[in-house]
Ligand binder design. Structure first.
Ligand code: FES
Length: 169
């Protein structure tokens, strides 16, 4: 059985016309799989490689270059929360914010909550220092963040679907 769903394969293939060759689709393909599965497994790497006509080691090399991607032994929670730990945010209470979020989300800094709902990450400057302290919820930046506001935003934001493919099917 394939790890990548047919829909995911089609979404990867839909990227082909946007790039000069299939190799250039490696990063977009990794992002698509990572978003859907909350990690990129060894099987998924092999299937991406097959689609892109590459050796799996080439896809694995690209993936390992970016700390952003998680392997199957450390999947993301359904929501990824980044707390900025660079200077402006730290001076404006970023460390306390990280501690409060860790407590409210039951999630250790750098880890994932036991219920698989949240991953709490350290971010370097998010480029929004004027709004320190800053938090990124998946792709959405929250400035002058407080733990209560972030938790409320998490509860209001749509939940990422359960991981697809072999991890849940
Ligand atoms: S230091 Fe946190 S956004 Fe720049």
């Amino acid at each position: 059985m394939s790890t990548l769903s047919e829909e995911l394969r089609q979404r990867i293939q839909a990227e082909f016309p946007k790039y000069p060759n299939k190799r250039a689709v490696t990063l977009p393909a990794l992002h698509l799989v990572h978003d859907a599965h909350r990690c990129v497994s060894t099987e998924a790497i092999a299937e991406i490689a097959e689609l892109l006509e590459l050796h799996p080691s080439e896809v694995a090399d690209t993936m390992s270059f970016y700390g952003f991607f998680r392997a199957e032994d450390r999947p993301l929670g359904r929501k990824r929360v980044w707390v900025c730990r660079s200077l402006s945010c730290m001076l404006r209470g970023g460390e306390e914010l990280l501690g409060d979020l860790s407590e409210q989300l039951n999630c250790p800094p750098g880890g994932t909550s036991p219920d698989g709902q949240y991953s709490l990450e350290f971010a370097e400057c998010l480029g929004a220092c004027e709004g320190a302290p800053c938090v990124l919820i998946d792709d959405e930046c929250h400035m002058r963040a407080t733990a209560d506001e972030v938790v409320a935003a998490l509860q209001e934001s749509p939940t990422t679907p359960a991981p697809a493919g072999s991890r849940s099917e």
